[in-house]
Write a protein that binds this ligand. Sequence first.
Ligand code: BG6
Length: 363
Amino acid sequence: QLGGYPDFMQKEMHEQPEAMRSALRGRLDERFSTAHLGGLGLDPRQLRSIQRVKFLGCGSAYYAGQVGANLVEEFARIPADAEPASEFRYRNPVVDPNTLYVAISQSGETIDTLATVQELKRKGGQVIGAVNVVGSAIARECGSGIFLHAGPEVSVASTKAVTNMTVSFAMLALLLGRVRDLSVAHGKRIVEGLASLPDHLTSILDAQQDVADAARKYTDAQRMFFIGRVRGWPIAREGAQKLKEISYVHAEAYQASELKHGPLALIDPTMPSVVLVPDDELLSKNIGTMEQIKARGGPVIAVTNAEIPDGLADTVIRVPHSEPELDPILFTIPLQLFGYHLAAALGRDIDKPRNLAKSVTVE
Ligand code: BG6
């Protein structure tokens, strides 16, 4: 069953290139530089009438939704956000008829996400699913949406399903953008970028040993920061989530921009910070963030596809270059590996973290 891998998490991380190919198959349109998502059941006129997109899910699915919201705003220029389904269902939400609600779930059985879909439908909201398990309760309740095609996922810590959530939302954002003002040239760049992602995943996984060596340097840490900015912020949150759920090391994600408003007080030589440094228009800001941490004696682990000044990071984890808008999809993978190898070095039971279940189907 494990096919030679030590655990399901390692197996499922390695399945990511193939899983992503399944998610992309038949959905990229090179001729018109857009995406085909037939499961949505929405024609161009209906896609145009969407004025807002709201992503709803729990745990890693929620963080993937934040990536999706950023992509929708970037490509389609309509307001988008993400909220934990577990919060949404209990706060008597305002349901807007011109909003597209996206219910995200690997299992399709998470009770909070299912209850959210039911509440949305009761109030006349337009809700689609982004679900991995065909025939699951959420998939049936939604009736339309995007299947994730990640294949069965056993490890409690979700990997390939999360990756396919983010790539699916990139296609949704592309589609919403191309029925609006996203140009053919921009769409072409994104279509080509998406098509090349699976090979980049393979190269990240091939370099796994480097991430393992990096992670093993930090087995004494009791706590860690994961720092990201804008595109990198949901990835920092997902990276912190992975580390805490499988290694039990306290990990907190913070926006780089907010560090100086409080968390810098915690920086000292015992508090390593994993900093996401994509090679985009905010590179100089992120270099400044690393400088702020270094100046206070904090160890810096840079996850980057940029050239960064020597001596700024104690440890560098390299990520391949892609289209900058798609960086979040790739930057997720080294953080999975980082959490995995730190947990493995600490001797944790990776596939069965204490107190957690793969899907939470009861209140
Ligand atoms: C949590 C799992 O309980 O549920 C997470 O531990 C997962 O890994 C979350 O992201 C949501 O699950 P699902 O199946 O709705 O995506």
